[in-house]
Design a protein around this ligand. Structure first.
Ligand code: COA
Length: 183
């Protein structure tokens, strides 16, 4: 079984970004991003209503890492601390060495290639350090930015599940994309 026990949070670097632990200093950005309907349009999580909810979310990310349950990074530009977005494996199925990748970015920074850079490193980390065997992405069919992103990284669309999730008072279809370890 996969074990997630790092002595300290693994900081990753890309050409322009640092991927680091989410901390209480990120509450304002977390609130700003997760209360933005544009960001949350295809994310099956409740839109945040208050700064206090953002603080709970940040604490939860810390807890999930400390308990070895899952890992999510904050993305910052090199030389700056401000959190531009998040990326990680919010759900890890340890018995099956399978991680679900998730990501979101402040719309001010969309289409600059940042998530492309970030997930390249997160996928590498997933296979090489976490020892995942497969990574899945669960994407709403209309979320082309997200499906195009994972396709660029070699994911394959494996399923279209009708009425997979009940959210915002309706049943929503999803597509499942996945990538197998190159091992
Ligand atoms: C999905 C998201 C993270 C993409 O981030 P991004 O940094 O803008 O993506 P990048 O600039 O790195 O683009 C990488 C690739 O994704 C695809 N892409 C990104 N935005 C796109 C869009 N609006 N339409 C189609 N393809 C798009 C392209 O293939 C692009 O490669 P290219 O620039 O060489 O054509 C961003 O749109 C976002 O935060 N969306 C809201 C949150 C969300 O929906 N998360 C996913 C839930 S499943």
């Amino acid at each position: 079984m996969l074990i997630l026990n790092f002595e300290k949070f693994p900081v990753l670097e890309t050409e322009r970004l640092v991927l680091r632990a989410i901390s209480i200093d990120d509450v304002d950005e977390m609130f700003q991003q997760r209360s933005n309907p544009e960001v949350m349009k295809y994310i099956v999580r409740p839109i945040l209503q208050s700064r206090r909810e953002a603080e709970e979310l940040v604490r939860n990310y810390e807890f999930l890492f400390e308990q070895g349950i899952s890992i999510t990074w904050a993305m910052s530009l090199k030389g700056e601390n401000k959190m531009l977005g998040t990326v990680g494996y919010p759900r890890i199925n340890k018995e099956n060495y399978r991680g679900e990748i998730g990501y979101s970015l402040d719309p001010v920074h969309w289409n600059k290639g940042y998530m492309n850079e970030a997930i390249r490193e997160v996928i590498k980390f997933g296979f090489e350090e976490l020892r995942l065997n497969s990574i899945e992405a669960i994407i709403q069919p209309e979320n082309k930015a997200s499906s195009e992103l994972v396709l660029k990284h070699g994911f394959i669309r494996e399923a279209y599940i009708r009425e997979h999730s009940y959210f915002n008072d309706k049943f929503q279809d999803v597509e499942i994309y996945s990538l197998l370890s190159p091992r």
